[in-house]
Design a protein around this ligand. Structure first.
Ligand code: BJ8
Length: 425
């Protein structure tokens, strides 16, 4: 990525730190993704997106801003992209997946916070994330305690922070709260964009986001095939790019890739040797460039065939219905759709366990890896009784707890290899 220094400088980035970050990321991307064998041709598009993720994509955002569009950043799949598109805005994900400037983050946050939160702060305070600097509005949400309280600390560091309250139970009152919050969010979006949400523009937003979800669900469906036509690493990458790319271009690129995979499947071509063990990964979301555990799994003799994660099927499983003829009807449909997301911040959270079991069957998996980020109480606590239930249901389960550092790679690999030996049968 070259030729963008002026843009990065105008965004206020620390150019030296940013260069260092890009260099480490470029090397790690090359070592993890480009060394895979038999990758589909269609992955070249996603390689290109990643090679320009801080370059061309940011330039596109800046050009859109000069035309009056607003860039809205968020950290959670509960923030509806449909509403952002309806006001002609651009939605970008702000979660970060690399250990960068944790020392800076730990000066204003406790050490024992999950890496996802510390990373987002590390990137912001270290001035290396052009996405957050490009944002006209940053949207937080009251989910886990860590994020909820961290947004209070983040507030003075960003231009405009808006926090959506979220229910904690799947009750009628909870659903009403979510709808109220979405109505308030609409008012905020209308205020900053100067555009009114109408049936037509909201319907357009729903159609665009549904098409994007349908494309990744189509990809997910193809991973059921044997031999497996695409690696878990590449599938995760696509689910990560979901949060950054232009939605229509992303949808077309995923569909083109799926067309190619259909042909590969017909020819019996896969990316893993015959008999590779299939596993599902479930738990905390893996934000770019968090590829550590999938890389370990797929270089240890197993293939990941599904992600029960917000960067994966938990985030994309449901479409938004289009029934009704008013804005109110569509907001109701959006509320219905988002209220189904079974994040571990909900209590109780039975449907998530059912979805894990259903995915295990659907993808013909042999084991389940529960991925926990250290200090993530909702997912770690949930994983304990989930493991008992899953093992009792004959679903071999491995619980991993890790962070973004590289220090535990050897230890994780040993545990993953032992698990794969166990489930190989
Ligand atoms: S809907 S999973 S994207 S909140 S890993 S910050 S939970 S301590 S990310 Fe999430 Fe929305 Fe839920 Fe999905 Fe807290 Fe856990 Fe950290 Fe987490």
């Amino acid at each position: 990525m070259s030729g963008y220094n002026q843009m990065w400088s105008e965004l206020g980035l620390d150019l030296e730190a940013h260069d260092a970050l890009l260099s480490v990321l470029g090397d790690s991307y090359h070592n993890i993704f480009m060394t895979q064998k038999n990758r589909p041709e269609g992955m070249k598009y996603f390689d290109f997106v990643m090679s320009e993720v801080h370059g061309l994509r940011i330039k596109e955002l800046m050009d859109a801003k000069t035309q009056g569009k607003k860039v809205i950043g968020s950290y959670c799949v509960f923030v509806p992209e449909e509403l952002i598109i309806a006001v002609d805005g651009i939605s970008v994900g702000l979660c970060a997946g690399a250990e960068f400037n944790f020392e800076g983050a730990e000066q204003i946050l406790p050490r024992n916070l999950c890496a996802l939160i510390k990373s987002a702060f590390g990137f912001k305070l270290g001035r290396v994330c052009p996405y957050i600097e490009a944002c006209d509005l940053v949207v937080g949400e009251n989910t886990c305690d860590g994020k909820k309280k961290a947004y209070e600390v983040l507030s003075p560091y960003v231009k405009d922070l808006y926090v959506v309250d979220l229910p904690q139970t799947k009750s009628n009152a909870g659903k009403m709260l979510l709808k109220e919050e979405y109505l308030k969010f609409i008012a905020k979006l209308e205020e900053i964009s100067g555009k009114k949400i109408t049936y037509e523009n909201l319907r357009k937003g729903i159609d665009i986001v549904n098409a994007k979800r349908k494309a990744v669900l189509r990809l997910a469906e193809l991973r059921k095939s044997n031999p497996i036509p695409i690696s878990g690493l590449d599938s995760l990458l696509i689910n990560q790019v979901f949060f950054y790319d232009d939605p229509v271009r992303f949808t077309n690129s995923v569909n083109a890739l799926c067309d190619e995979l259909v042909e590969r499947i017909k020819r019996g071509e896969g990316v893993f040797p015959e008999g590779t063990v299939r596993v599902i990964v479930s738990g905390c979301p893996m934000a770019v460039p968090n590829w550590k555990v999938p890389y370990i799994v797929e270089t240890s003799g197993a293939a990941i065939v599904g992600e029960e994660s917000c960067v994966g099927e938990r985030g994309t499983r449901w479409l938004t219905e289009t029934k009704g003829s008013t804005v109110e009807d569509l907001v109701e449909n959006i509320t219905d759709r988002y209220f189904k997301i079974d994040c571990a911040i909900f209590t109780p959270n039975h449907s998530r366990l059912e979805h894990i079991k259903e995915m295990f069957e659907r993808y013909n998996a042999k084991g389940l890896i529960h991925y926990n980020l250290q200090f993530c109480q909702p997912y770690i606590i949930e994983s304990g009784h989930f493991e008992t239930d899953l093992e009792n249901s004959n679903i071999p389960t491995l619980r991993l707890e890790t962070d973004y550092s590289q220090e535990d790679i050897g230890q994780l690999k040993t545990r993953v290899e032992a698990f794969i030996e166990r489930i190989k049968g």
